[in-house]
Design a protein around this ligand. Structure first.
Ligand code: PLP
Length: 341
């Protein structure tokens, strides 16, 4: 099942099978990917506006996350802000295609060429996004419009957690430029046991199992339907919120994996979150709040990313999932409108 899944993903993503590796979840995929790319002991510039796993995985391999601010529109790491923090200790930059909003991949490509740093995307939210002027070896010979966003940079990680638009119960996928990395990753995900008599490194147990692969294969058959339905949900929210200045729907997601909205201030966002839950039985998420730099392991960088801090205090992601009915989307959107008055 795992081998079949790998083949199908290669076909779907337009990336050779030699440039993919599957794992039991996205966090371990990131951890082993960072490790295989040699980031241990170095500084890595990343965004605080993400899920904790992006930087936990860095910390766990002994790399030092350095936080740069995000672009206020797409909410992704800003290449300009990242560039200001590059030093001789910087080994890589880890931008996140947050909510399926695509990062400035050309900007990061320039930084990679200028400073020789690796670019590793946390693409946990970006499955189903194609065609971004992609280059490099992983995607060679594939029609431009069929190349996955995962073919950007040196490496990208997709999460197949059930909260994502596409899933394999749990799972993670690394897509990488240098096919030599594959053998290393295959070893690392299996304790770094090499043959019967040797163990070459400090590996982990991060193998995807057969049931996960089977679920992934089944869901892949429905991927176009899943993506279309997310778009329909997004469009329904957009219709209800059209012209309302109190609820700003973020339009940048290319796969509509999330429906993030911004409110005018923290107090309004908190009120909407609370009343949706308590009065309407609707569970939205303050995703990403608190900001990473508010959490104990990263508090050394608290206050250094003001744009991300403001976004975290105003954002709410609204429900979106395959079984959510369109009339319920309308009702949720109307609830939000009523709460903001
Ligand atoms: C941005 C981001 N990175 C990494 C992860 C970790 O992925 P996983 O849950 O598959 O371990 C997640 C989500 O869950 C995420 O949202």
């Amino acid at each position: 099942m795992l081998q079949r899944f790998q083949k199908e993903l290669s076909r779907y993503l337009g990336v050779p099978e030699t440039n993919l590796a599957l794992f039991n979840n996205g966090t371990l995929a990131l951890e082993l990917g960072y490790y295989a790319m040699g980031l241990s002991g170095g500084d890595v510039i990343t965004t605080p506006f993400t899920f904790v796993a992006t930087s936990h995985a860095l910390k766990r391999i002994g790399a030092n996350p350095v936080f740069a601010d995000v672009d206020p529109e797409a909410m992704c790491l800003s290449p300009e802000a990242a560039e200001k923090l590059i030093t001789p200790r910087t080994k890589a930059i880890v931008p996140v295609h947050v909510y399926g909003n695509v990062c400035d991949v050309e900007g990061f490509e320039r930084l990679s060429e200028k400073y020789g740093v690796k670019i590793i995307y946390d693409a946990a939210h970006a499955f189903g996004i194609f065609n971004h002027g992609i280059h490099g070896t992983h995607g060679k010979g594939v029609e431009e419009s069929r190349k996955s966003i995962g073919a950007c940079g040196d490496m990208s990680m997709f999460s197949f957690h059930p909260t994502k638009l596409y899933h394999s119960c749990e799972g993670g996928l690394l897509v990488f430029k240098d096919e030599k990395v594959q053998e290393k990753l295959f070893e690392l995900r299996n304790f770094a046991i090499h043959g019967e008599l040797s163990c070459t490194d400090v590996g982990s147990n991060a193998k995807m199992n057969e049931l996960q692969a089977l679920m992934g294969l089944e869901c892949l058959k429905k991927i176009d339907e899943l993506l279309d339905y997310r778009q329909k949900i997004y469009d329904t929210y957009a219709e209800v919120f059209a012209g309302c200045e109190e609820v700003i729907l973020i339009p940048h997601s290319q796969n509509k994996a999330y429906v993030p909205v911004l409110f005018k201030d923290f107090a309004t966002r908190e009120r909407v979150y609370k009343e949706l839950k308590e009065k309407c039985n609707v569970f939205s998420r303050r995703y990403f709040y608190p900001l990473l730099t508010d959490f104990a392991p990263y508090s050394y960088a608290k206050g250094t990313c003001p744009v991300a801090e403001t976004l975290a205090s105003r954002v709410l992601t609204l429900p979106t999932y395959y079984r959510l009915q369109i009339e319920d989307v309308k009702a949720i959107a109307e609830n939000v409108m009523e709460i903001v008055g």
